[in-house]
Ligand binder design. Structure first.
Ligand code: FAD
Length: 443
């Protein structure tokens, strides 16, 4: 078979490597518009913050490495501009030579990702030091601006993962950050009372938070940000991080069915409305693992998992993608913020009844040095089915969220949580782990 992949980073590169492992014979061609393939998107903010100091560490796999190791025909700086479903070809433009050609396929896999949303805010075109962050060139631009221009002030617009990570990393570089967020809280995956803890922590670390306000205009070549409230902030640079949208234009022009927020619709085998075309990663609509409604969860775990599954399915294995829980985590200075499943805002939006408990256990035995308190919120239904969990704290948050994410996938209820026999010694936990505690309180 001739298998063509569009997009050479998280989903695309995972699919390519797995396809080769499963079949020696298939011809695998991977197109990537950018120069780099398989880079560590998730590490980019930390290179700007100089926490990751070597740029080369961001490049997980090179074009040469991937071509040689997996015998994959990797064509970077090559953009797929059209899909011709009737003759099973794609049009490709070589961005170095500007040449165009048609590439035939038997199976096509789309993993084009999602791009930063850039609204037509007045003055945006004149703003000189305005950045979005998606890939290595974006990162290089931001990092060299910080290195060379030594900005004193930055405005970060958007309090999602990337906005919060950029606020932290710019602060670490000595830049005074003002974060502007339209909602009444940062970090949409958690609920307000949990986010309030994060707000306090960010302020303690010098980030100025402006909530429930949006950008009205950029003035003075982007050196002034005017908000809807009329407030104006003078700044040396702007990071625009108000969210991402699926790169589904190619699929749309080819007549493939789109769904939630314009993401590509796929079935449980990750097949689009054309059976010869599959789609994975940030560009697709997924089903909520917990409740089955359609949603859009642009995260790295789903992209990697889907990349592998799609390769398995194409090679005749009986596999399917079961939906996305949305397990997520972010570091905010000394704090960890993590969540999985559904939160109260989403449950209310869908009119679903639920019960909630909050517990405030210590990360490990309080008599052993270094124990810190966390806040853990468990959401479930009357029968004890777990809808979601959120936790905020300095230590041990990741472990508890991961245990409960596993419990959800294992079909456990809140009544099963006290019975989870988890590893304990004073430096790590308590004889009643926070997960057990949440279960006791819930049941
Ligand atoms: P991508 O990895 O974005 O790859 C898509 C590629 O397709 C792009 O390189 C693009 O150039 C290429 N492409 C698009 N259209 C075409 C075309 N027509 N022709 C050729 N090539 C094309 N997720 C987490 O879970 N945890 C994190 O901590 C985290 N941190 C992140 C930090 C940053 C700064 C960013 C930007 C993302 C982060 N993510 C994180 C999200 C994660 O990176 C994505 O969910 C994941 O990369 C999605 O994989 P993908 O294959 O769908 O898309």
């Amino acid at each position: 078979k001739k298998i063509v992949i569009v997009g050479g980073v998280a989903g695309g590169a995972s699919a390519a490597a797995r396809l080769r492992r499963l079949s020696e014979k298939d011809e695998i061609i991977m197109f990537e518009r950018g120069e780099y393939i398989s880079f560590a998107n998730c590490g980019l903010p930390y290179y700007i913050g100089d926490v990751i100091q070597e740029r080369s560490k961001l490049l997980v796999q090179t074009v040469d490495g991937m071509s040689k190791r997996f015998r994959i025909d990797v064509r970077n700086l090559s953009e797929v501009t059209a899909i011709h479903r009737e003759r099973k070809t794609v049009t490709v433009r070589n961005l170095q030579t500007n040449e165009q050609y048609e590439q035939p396929y038997d199976v096509l896999i789309l993993s084009p990702g999602a791009k930063p949303i850039v609204p037509p805010i007045p003055g945006i075109d004149q703003a000189k030091a305005l950045f979005t962050l998606r890939n290595v060139p974006d990162t290089d631009r931001i990092r060299s601006f910080v290195d060379d221009e030594k900005p004193k002030r930055a405005v970060v617009i958007g309090g999602g993962f990337i906005g919060v990570e950029m606020a932290e990393n710019l602060t670490e570089r000595g830049v005074h950050v003002t974060l502007v967020e339209m909602a009444n809280q940062v970090m949409a995956p958690i609920d307000y009372e949990m986010a309030a803890i994060v707000h306090t922590h960010m302020k303690e670390h010098g980030v100025e938070l402006i909530l429930e306000d949006g950008v009205q205009a950029f003035e003075n070549e982007g050196r002034r940000v005017v908000l809807k409230s009329g407030r104006a902030i003078d700044t040396d640079m702007i990071i625009l991080a108000i969210g991402v949208q699926p790169e589904s234009q190619l699929a749309k022009e080819a007549g493939l069915e789109l769904g939630f927020r314009g993401a590509i619709k796929v079935n449980e085998h990750l097949q689009t409305s054309d059976p010869n075309i599959f789609a994975i990663g940030d560009a697709i609509e997924v089903k909520s693992y917990v409740y089955g409604f359609e949603t859009f969860v642009p995260l790295a775990w789903p992209a990697n998992r889907q990349g592998r599954l799609v390769a398995d399915y194409i090679n005749g294995r009986d596999v399917k993608y079961n939906g996305t829980l949305g397990t997520s985590i972010v570091k905010v200075f000394h704090m960890t913020v993590a969540a999985t499943g559904l939160n109260e805002k989403v449950l209310k939006h869908h009119g679903i009844d639920y019960e909630v408990v909050h517990v405030h256990p210590m990360s490990h035995a309080s008599y052993y040095p270094g124990a810190t308190q966390m806040t853990l919120k468990l959401i479930f239904d009357r029968q004890g089915r777990i809808y979601g969990v959120q936790a905020v704290g300095q230590d041990g948050v990741d472990k508890r969220i991961d245990v409960i994410a596993t419990a959800i996938k294992g079909g456990l209820t809140v009544y099963d949580l006290p019975d989870l026999e988890l590893a304990y010694a004073p430096p790590f936990s308590s004889a009643k782990d926070p997960v057990n505690m949440a279960g006791y309180v819930a049941s």
